[in-house]
Ligand binder design. Structure first.
Ligand SMILES: Cc1cc2nc3c(=O)[nH]c(=O)nc-3n(C[C@H](O)[C@H](O)[C@H](O)COP(=O)(O)OP(=O)(O)OC[C@H]3O[C@@H](n4cnc5c(N)ncnc54)[C@H](O)[C@@H]3O)c2cc1C
Length: 362
């Protein structure tokens, strides 16, 4: 008999398993239907011996010292500040948009205050900022919006920015200085031996048993447990009773090339040309030294694994109905990005799992 059955060996499930086993002395069974631990953060060595992220680039960043220190028990860190270039008008320029982006694109030599003036002259007046389009055109005007955001968003979401919540583009800053880091967080680092190694250390406790290639539905009748922690899709748990929660998916094309460097930055975005949105070169992220290099192309699509909850009011409403059901289901705790239908970064999921643990511990 297990104290807890945990569905999903990603960040949400693994953090809870570790805390419940190591801190509270509980007996825990973790099941995942994939053939590996670490959920979407899973990394592995490809056929050429290069460390790659199977489900697209995962860059760790957080402002929470609690989350950073907690994960630091299971990994050493490699300092890493992420940088992205975008291919626009035949040039590679920094994103988020900053002083160098505009100066290079238009052949100007503006100062920071002149750039603010540049934006202000072009910004459109929007009475009430509701959509992703409103966020950008009211900050930098329609031309930069079109070059950097409109087509990228259409590709990424299959929807025009005017049809998406403000939250999607509000995540991306616009800077008037020369800071070209993608994130502004206090802690920016990568697990020095990779994510999977970090998860292995988290789950290596005698009170934790892990079963892979095991779907919750197939094993639920066969194991004894007191409480359930569910990090899979909440609508699936309730047999899609109110309909499916919509997700956007991605197809990944991994490639290894026979030269040491492929591109000028860890990630290059393609807002306008090509069916893919971006190319990531992993060696920048991992610091690995190798004569070849591996990259991944991302093609957004509707069908496939659920990756991005689509932030529209009607979907939030549908989720509220599932949440009401979830809240009324005793002995089952829904957590993680699929369990709560929210796009969360890794650090946010760790924080959410630690909060749930504190509640369970009472
Ligand atoms: C392309 C992409 C890039 C990202 N990049 C970043 C980044 O750079 N930085 C960042 O902080 N975050 C990033 N994220 C977000 C990050 O992936 C999530 O925050 C994190 O994976 C969430 O962990 P989780 O445990 O909630 O979910 P998951 O990692 O998805 O784990 C859930 C697990 O549950 C399993 N499962 C589901 N249903 C069942 C079932 N019925 N039976 C058994 N097992 C089941 C699944 O197989 C899965 O392994 C990115 C996400 C994507 C899609």
């Amino acid at each position: 008999m297990f104290d807890y059955l945990i569905v999903g060996a990603g960040f949400a499930g693994s953090v809870l398993a570790e805390r419940l086993a190591a801190d509270a002395g509980k007996r825990v069974l973790v099941v995942d239907r994939r053939p590996h631990i670490a959920g979407n953060a899973y990394d592995h060595y490809d056929d050429s011996g290069i460390l790659v992220h199977k489900y697209g680039p995962h860059i760790f960043h957080t402002n929470s010292s609690e989350v950073f220190d907690y994960l630091g028990r299971f990994t050493e860190w490699r300092a890493y500040e992420h940088r992205v270039l975008a291919s626009v008008d035949g040039q590679l320029v920094p994103v988020p948009i900053n002083l160098d982006t505009v100066n290079r694109l238009y052949g100007l030599r503006l100062s920071s205050s002149e750039l603010e003036q540049f934006f202000a002259e072009r910004a459109e007046r929007v009475e009430c900022v509701r959509t992703s389009e409103d966020v950008i055109v009211s900050r930098v005007g329609r031309e930069l919006y079109t070059k950097f955001f409109r087509n990228y968003t259409r590709k990424q979401w299959g929807l025009d920015p005017s049809e998406l919540d403000a939250s999607v583009t509000a995540r991306v800053p616009v800077r008037s200085n020369r800071d070209d880091r993608y994130f502004g967080d206090t802690y920016q680092a990568m697990p020095s031996r990779g994510y999977t190694r970090m998860f292995e250390r988290m789950l290596a406790h005698p009170n934790i048993k892990v079963m892979l290639n095991a779907d919750f539905r197939e094993i639920v009748g066969e194991v004894g447990y007191r409480e359930l922690i569910y990090t899979g899709p909440v609508d699936e748990y309730f047999d899609h009773r109110f309909g499916k929660l919509p997700y956007r998916s991605l197809r990944f094309r991994h490639e290894t090339v026979d030269k040491p460097v492929f591109q000028r930055a860890p990630v290059v975005n393609y807002p306008n040309e090509h069916p893919y949105t971006r190319i990531t070169e992993f060696k920048y992220l991992t610091g690995q030294d190798h004569g070849k290099t591996s990259v991944v192309y991302e093609y957004p699509c509707d069908d496939g694994d659920p990756y991005y909850p689509i932030p529209r009011p009607e979907n939030a409403e549908l989720y509220r109905r599932y949440k009401a059901l979830a809240d009324a289901t005793p002995g089952v705790h829904f957590v993680g990005r699929l369990g709560t239908y929210r796009y969360y970064n890794m650090d946010q999921v760790v924080a959410q799992a630690l909060t749930l643990y504190a509640r369970l511990r009472g």
